[in-house]
Design a protein around this ligand. Structure first.
Ligand SMILES: NC(=O)c1ccc[n+]([C@@H]2O[C@H](COP(=O)([O-])OP(=O)(O)OC[C@H]3O[C@@H](n4cnc5c(N)ncnc54)[C@H](O)[C@@H]3O)[C@@H](O)[C@H]2O)c1
Length: 256
């Protein structure tokens, strides 16, 4: 296991699911962590719980779709710890299901603003800080199996996550000469509050049948399994890996 002690890791979407598991894992591996999301109370509780286990953690309420919030979030990390080594852009929403003819413009805007524009804003301010720190760094964006697969009635989510492939490859090429690596993790079906909301949206039975038919490992993944993929991409074990997509999905993408 690569040593991450003394590093500073910023995690968006840290109040829940994959982001929370990632923040906990990075803290366990010795990173000082900066927790960002919209729900301040959950973040404060997590920061306290991490600190009680002996690692420094600080929380910053952030809406990733708002530029001033994102700028403030990154500044918070620099003010707290003086550097930024890892950034994990995990905040996201699934939105609601609509046939394309019924998809309201404000629903489209909300999903794209958080999932795609939010990641662009994070990359903008994180890369500025990392370039100033000048000590090499790694960023992981969180896409989805829907970064390369569509799903009927889920077009806003799928479009936002497809966009992350182009965003990640462009930015990774731009930052590679500066020693900053940028990669994309595309989880399959992971047991988080988002997954439980999706089950309700599509219907429990239909969703479970879909999982059994499409996931070759025949189970949902756990948030910690995605956190470990993210940690690998941030660590020196992946020191020559940039602009790539890692797909921890239990074999979902293997067949149609
Ligand atoms: N759970 C899955 O099956 C699955 C599969 C593929 C990809 N993903 C992706 O993984 C990421 C995390 O999802 P999860 O399953 O842990 O979901 P979750 O709902 O449990 O957590 C989402 C997190 O994002 C935060 N968030 C939402 N909107 C935000 C905003 N505007 N600003 C800041 N924070 C915001 C929430 O507060 C929460 O902390 C998302 O990007 C999601 O699209 C999840």
């Amino acid at each position: 296991m690569a040593d991450m002690s003394g590093k500073v890791a910023l995690v968006t979407g840290a109040s829940s699911g994959i982001g929370r598991a990632t923040a906990e894992l990075f803290a366990e591996r010795g990173c000082r962590v900066v927790l960002a999301a919209r729900r301040e109370a959950e973040l404060a509780g997590l920061a306290k719980s991490i600190a009680s286990r002996g690692t420094q953690a600080t929380a910053v309420e952030t809406d990733v779709s708002v530029a001033t919030d994102v700028e403030k979030m990154v500044q918070h990390a620099i003010d707290a710890y003086g550097r930024l080594d890892f950034a994990i852009n995990c905040a996201g929403v699934e939105g609601k299901t609509y046939a394309i003819g019924d998809l309201p413009e404000d629903e489209w805007d909300q999903v794209l603003d958080i999932n795609l524009k939010g990641t662009y804003l994070c990359l903008k301010y994180e890369s500025r800080a990392m370039l100033k720190c000048g000590n090499g760094a790694a960023i992981v964006n969180v896409g989805s199996i829907n970064s390369f697969l569509g799903y009927p009635t889920f077009s806003a989510y799928c479009a936002s996550k497809h966009g992350l492939i182009g965003l990640t490859s462009s930015v990774s090429a731009e930052l590679a000469p500066h020693g900053i690596r940028v990669n994309l993790v595309c989880p399959g079906i992971i047991d988080t509050p988002m997954h439980r909301r999706a089950r309700k949206l599509f219907g429990d039975e239909a969703y479970d049948a879909f999982l059994q038919n499409s996931v070759h490992m025949k189970r949902a993944g756990q948030p910690g399994e995605i956190a470990r993929s993210i940690a690998f991409l941030c660590s020196d074990d992946a020191s020559y890996v940039t602009g790539t997509t890692l797909t921890p999905d239990g074999g979902f993408h293997l067949t149609v």
